[in-house]
Design a protein around this ligand. Structure first.
Ligand SMILES: NC(=O)c1ccc[n+]([C@@H]2O[C@H](COP(=O)([O-])OP(=O)(O)OC[C@H]3O[C@@H](n4cnc5c(N)ncnc54)[C@H](OP(=O)(O)O)[C@@H]3O)[C@@H](O)[C@H]2O)c1
Length: 265
């Protein structure tokens, strides 16, 4: 932003992550210009353009009017979006994507500044920027990506493309697999999921303060494999494999031999 004019951000893919980041940018003083998605008449495009007083356009029309372009499409679409905006993008425009799994190679054909900012956060609803500030993010590419991250209250850390796959796998474990684990909790008992909230939050708090191994409690950590056998017998058949896999991993963390005696393992 120079000379009192507000810098203009354009967005391609106004979904959950894209609208969170652009909403945070608006709160930080940016103005929204072009908004594109799978077509100018898509609901996602119209609602975002209305909300930010932007212009619903096609992907090919996004670049000329934007100082920065945020690509918030699914990962598999980033490369084709980059190809579509390449002919009209200005050399001083920064184009960045939000993917954790993809590196800068997907933006390689763009004749402008490029970068990636992966929020280490989960956005389950559109336009919800409440968790942007305070979250960490993996950054790479042009130095303006770090400036942007700090301007919207995030804590940036550099991530090389070679380290992306393992980093993104860790992010999936921390968020997606935790969700799946909670679905397993819900499927295993008639006690309401809500009742497990304080337990889950205390567990996460302990892990963050003490580290995983000291935070471990429960039957495997105590070597009480009799209880583990009873759990397996009581579980719905479809939940046993996942339980067993995690119980084995828990034994490794606890430094205990996994010993179910005669029970199936
Ligand atoms: N959600 C998260 O928690 C999160 C967190 C960190 C990073 N990310 C990253 O953010 C990116 C988007 O994820 P998301 O969860 O926000 O996805 P999403 O909610 O499904 O949003 C994707 C958006 O892209 C649009 N789109 C799909 N194909 C397109 C195309 N070919 N051209 C233009 N627009 C297209 C979709 O339009 P329609 O609505 O019309 O389908 C939608 O508006 C991914 O790179 C992901 O890794 C997501």
């Amino acid at each position: 932003m120079t000379g009192g004019t507000r810098a203009v951000v354009g967005i391609v893919g106004p979904g959950r992550a894209g609208t969170a980041i652009v909403t945070a940018m608006v709160e930080a003083g940016w103005s929204v210009g072009p908004v594109a998605g799978r077509g100018p008449d898509r609901e996602a495009v119209g609602s975002a353009a209305d909300r930010w007083a932007g212009a619903a356009v096609s992907v090919a029309e996004v670049a000329p009017a934007a100082d920065m372009v945020v690509i918030g499409t699914p990962d598999r679409e980033i490369e084709s979006v980059a190809r579509a905006i390449a002919p009209t993008v200005r050399p001083d425009t920064l184009v960045l994507h939000l993917s954790g799994a993809r590196g800068l190679d997907v933006l390689a054909g763009l004749p402008c500044r490029v970068g990636a900012l992966h929020p280490l956060q989960t956005f389950a609803a559109r336009f919800d920027a409440s968790r942007v500030a305070g979250s960490w993010c993996a950054i790479t590419g042009d130095p303006q990506v770090e400036e942007l991250a700090r301007a919207i209250g995030m804590t940036p850390f550099a991530l090389n493309d070679d380290d992306r796959a393992s980093y993104h796998a860790a992010a999936c474990l921390a968020s997606n697999h935790l969700v799946t684990l909670m679905a397993q909790v819900e499927a295993t008992t008639t006690v309401p999921l809500e009742a497990f909230g304080p337990l889950v939050r205390a567990t996460i708090d302990n892990v963050m303060v003490m580290g995983p191994a000291p935070a471990l409690t429960g039957p495997v950590a105590r070597g009480d494999f009799d209880s583990v056998r009873r759990h397996l017998a009581a579980l719905p058949p479809g939940e046993r494999d996942a339980y067993l896999a995690m119980a084995r991993r828990t034994a490794v963390l606890a430094g205990r031999e996994f010993d179910l005696g005669g029970a199936p393992s």
